[in-house]
Design a protein around this ligand. Structure first.
Ligand SMILES: Cc1cc2nc3c(=O)[nH]c(=O)nc-3n(C[C@H](O)[C@H](O)[C@H](O)COP(=O)(O)O)c2cc1C
Length: 208
């Protein structure tokens, strides 16, 4: 089987704090997705500053328009949020609420897309409860949370000179999760292509 297919993976998240740990984690995950052959794009914390989502009010903020267009075009999305008071931050949740604008899209909300989830707390407890919340949100939007979600403890975080996490377990988990996003997106793309051009029985499917 020949597979030559580009998938687009979008990273959304982080905080407006300079050096946001969640955003750095997102960058690491996207770097891995790119290494695996995906086209990647990042919408970080500063680009998530937009008015509180109001149903029916339209998308006047350029940041909101860019976000919604990028999500509509993505084959896989990775969300990263700090743990705020036991859940995801308002900044990240408000941005996610704008996905309501995709309810009538040909792929409504996050339909058919793998969703990687990363949360960062000052300790594990908040990161774990935030991860559960983030996965529930992805699920409610018809996305497919990857088998591995990643929780990170900022207090135990250090970065090497090349931006890699000195914590090799964190680095490994981010890579594994990114790999799951790319793998799902590629296989879904193949399945859809084969549906469009079904292989005759006994013939090796060709996906170009
Ligand atoms: C308003 C606020 C609420 C927070 N609540 C929690 C929490 O409930 N549990 C926790 O572990 N950390 C909590 N933190 C700490 C952040 O999750 C942690 O510092 C995180 O790394 C920040 O992410 P960032 O580096 O991407 O900004 C809170 C921080 C802020 C500012």
């Amino acid at each position: 089987m020949t597979v030559r297919q580009i998938v687009r993976v979008l990273g959304v998240g982080g905080s407006t704090r300079p050096g946001s740990t969640a955003e750095q984690a997102l960058r690491r995950a996207l770097a891995e997705a790119e290494r695996l052959g995906a086209e990647v794009d990042l919408i970080g914390g500063a680009q998530l500053v937009m008015p509180a989502y109001e149903p029916g009010a339209g998308m006047h903020a350029p940041a909101a328009r860019r976000l919604v267009a990028a999500i509509a075009a993505a084959d896989g999305v990775i969300f990263a949020s700090p743990a705020y008071h036991g859940s995801i931050s308002g900044l990240v949740k408000n941005a996610i609420d704008y996905i309501e604008e995709l309810r009538d899209d040909e792929r409504p909300y996050l339909s058919g897309r793998p969703i990687g989830c990363v949360t960062v707390g000052d300790g594990r407890q908040g990161a774990v409860t935030a991860l559960t919340a983030l996965r529930e949100v992805a699920h409610a939007l018809r996305g497919w949370p990857t088998p591995l979600g990643v929780t990170l403890d900022r207090m135990a975080t250090r970065f090497g000179p090349d931006g890699q996490w000195a914590d090799s377990r964190a680095e490994q988990q981010l890579r594994t999760m990114a790999g799951q996003v790319v793998e799902f997106a590629v296989h879904r793309g193949i399945a859809l292509t084969e549906q469009a051009v079904p292989a005759r029985s006994g013939e090796t499917p060709r996906v170009l």
